[in-house]
Design a protein around this ligand. Structure first.
Ligand code: AMP
Length: 279
């Protein structure tokens, strides 16, 4: 696997591969099986797979979260060496933002709900950095996890808005044995907290398994009660929304593609998850 820090080196390599398809997997590092599954998808569908590791400072609205974001590049490289990844791009902040960047993207209702409410400006900053990576790498296909369902919707909207010739592929959520969605931030949880966080998956499953037999508000309320049963788990939101528009619904009849979304905090660690109720 080639490891490069500079755009010029990455372009020099990719320019030699003119007629080959490039799959791109953007990450913020602290890699786990969720990330590696994206790389597997990419390698199956492309000649060359490029993975990036870049902790984008502009998309963090909580400085504590940025400072404590897990980082272990040596381990990441070891994991990627065993994966089918061809190129790892690890640029510095200066490489990505040689000048101050003040583009603001507006995704309208898609980014005004859920994560958009709790992380103002986050999706615009994600769009700016992903656009920058797309310009540098020029992939045929880019891979994003459904774990960040709203982010995936925003990236699809970005590609549509800018008419970029890039296909966006969403990949299923990879989970721990107890159902906890894999996340780099899980590294900040104790073993006991990780066990506790399994309740998120249970609550989402309860909604999915009972949606034919109960009203939406009642199932939402029960799921919220399940999650907050342990007082150390703080619920930020639990929403059921249309999987296309991401607008919250109050009755199952409002969409044929309902998705349940949840965000919690366990101590300072923020976790998000979602589950498609009917696809
Ligand atoms: P991150 O490093 O958290 O920014 O994630 C990089 C990419 O991996 C994003 O597209 C995420 O949605 C995806 N991802 C993160 N966790 C998982 C997971 N548990 N399952 C599948 N994809 C994931």
């Amino acid at each position: 696997m080639l490891v490069v820090e500079h755009i010029s080196d990455l372009r020099a390599f990719l320019n030699q591969k003119k007629n080959q398809t490039i799959g791109f997997v953007p990450t913020m590092g602290a890699l786990h099986k969720g990330h590696l599954s994206l790389i597997d998808f990419s390698k199956k569908q492309n000649d060359i797979t490029v993975c990036s590791i870049f902790v984008n400072p502009t998309q963090f609205n909580n400085q504590e979260d940025l400072i404590n974001y897990p980082k272990n590049t040596a381990l990441d490289i070891q994991l990627l060496e065993k994966s089918p990844c061809d190129v790892l791009f690890i640029p510095s902040v200066e490489e990505i933002y040689p000048q101050p960047e003040n583009t603001v993207f507006d995704f309208g209702p898609l980014s005004n709900v859920m994560e958009g409410v709790y992380r103002p400006g986050h999706f615009s900053a994600v769009a700016v950095v992903v656009k920058r990576f797309f310009e540098i790498i020029q992939p045929s296909i880019a891979y994003f996890g459904e774990k960040d369902f709203q982010q995936l919707a925003v990236i699809r909207a970005l590609v549509e808005q800018l008419k970029l010739p890039i296909k966006i592929v969403g990949c299923p959520i990879v989970r721990e044995k107890n159902g906890l969605a894999m996340s780099s931030r899980n590294q900040r949880l104790s073993d006991e907290e990780k066990q506790k966080a399994g309740i998120i998956f249970k609550a989402l499953n309860d909604i999915k398994n009972n949606h034919k037999h109960d009203t939406l508000p009642r199932l939402k309320e029960k799921a919220a009660a399940t999650i907050t049963h342990d007082a150390t788990v703080q619920l930020e939101y639990l929403e059921i929304a249309d999987g296309q528009t991401l607008q919250p619904i109050k009755d199952w009849s409002e969409t044929n593609y309902p998705v349940a979304f949840v965000a919690v905090k366990i101590g300072p660690v923020r976790l998000i998850d979602n589950m498609t109720i009917i696809s």
